[in-house]
Design a protein around this ligand. Structure first.
Ligand code: NAD
Length: 254
């Protein structure tokens, strides 16, 4: 079967995806700050390089897929850490593994969020991320709030994916994104415990059209499909897995 690399495999959605991939017979290389095949802090250049080097050493013949799933919640401090992990680490690792992915015509699956559309494309933070200027993006977002840092990083990473679909596809690499709604993981638990953001998140959770919040398998099921041969013509798509919340908020946008 295939060989996949996954960041953020220690807990939550990433841990569940790892379990599913292994169950179907794939090999999975994990990178995380807590535990994994490669323990690395993806907020730093050194950690990103250690991830790329460690994955390259373990999969010299190429990758069938890469899932940069590691992420920090809107309550993380300093706020700029959110930009570093949720945007800049994703781009650095995807770009760093591009040749390995091309060797096996692999798939990249970005982990966005249904909060991504809440920050406009022309927001200065989103634009600073997309310009690739990590210092500028980090300095700018320190003056703002965690929710903008989080949703804006997801907006930017999804736009980056869409902008790079064509050159990656030219090498046979499919890129897609999954955009989960609220999912019960250590990340969302941290937000729920926050005095301000917790109340807003609970309120949002009560408005989900299908009712309730997701459990990690409900997100990982869709991710497994997107990484499977059954999805071999799916390219450049953003899959909302949020019980209908995005459709409720943005009827006419798709
Ligand atoms: P989680 O906290 O269980 O998993 C995140 C993982 O990232 C953890 O294993 C953590 O150790 C790792 N990580 C954090 N900082 C790191 C760093 N500097 N270097 C290396 N690894 C680091 O949370 P989750 O909810 O499973 O999140 C997975 C992804 O799903 C994230 O990108 C998150 O933004 C996204 N997401 C989650 C939700 C939700 O409601 N849970 C909704 C939309 C999107």
């Amino acid at each position: 079967m295939g060989i996949y690399a996954l960041t953020g495999g220690a807990t939550g959605i990433g841990a569940e995806l790892k379990r599913q991939l292994i169950e179907r017979g794939d090999e999975v290389i994990t990178v995380d700050i807590k535990e994994g095949d490669i323990v690395a802090d993806l907020s730093t250049d050194a950690g990103r390089q250690a991830a790329i080097d460690g994955i390259s050493a373990r999969a010299p013949d190429g990758l069938d897929g890469f899932i940069p799933c590691a992420g920090l919640p809107p309550v993380a401090k300093p706020v700029s850490l959110i930009a570093r992990v949720n945007y800049f680490a994703v781009i650095a690792t995807v770009e760093g593994l591009r040749d390995l992915l091309a060797k096996k015509r692999g798939a990249v699956l970005i982990v966005s969020s249904n909060s991504a559309p809440m920050v406009p494309a022309d927001d200065p933070y989103v634009q600073d991320c997309l310009s690739g200027d990590e210092q500028k993006a980090c300095a700018g977002i320190e003056e703002r709030d965690g929710q903008t840092a989080y949703a804006g990083s997801k907006r930017a990473v999804t736009m980056w994916m869409r902008r790079h679909v064509v050159p990656y596809a030219a090498q046979g690499i499919r890129m897609n994104a999954v955009a989960p709604g609220i999912t019960m993981t250590p990340l969302s638990e941290q937000v729920m415990e926050d005095e301000q953001l917790g109340a807003a998140m609970k309120q949002f959770g009560e408005m989900v059209p299908l009712g309730g919040v997701a459990q990690p398998p409900q997100i990982a099921n869709v991710m497994s499909f997107l990484l499977s041969p059954a999805a071999d013509f799916v390219c450049g798509s953003v899959f909302f897995v949020d019980g209908g919340s995005d459709a409720m908020l943005r009827n006419d946008e798709f």
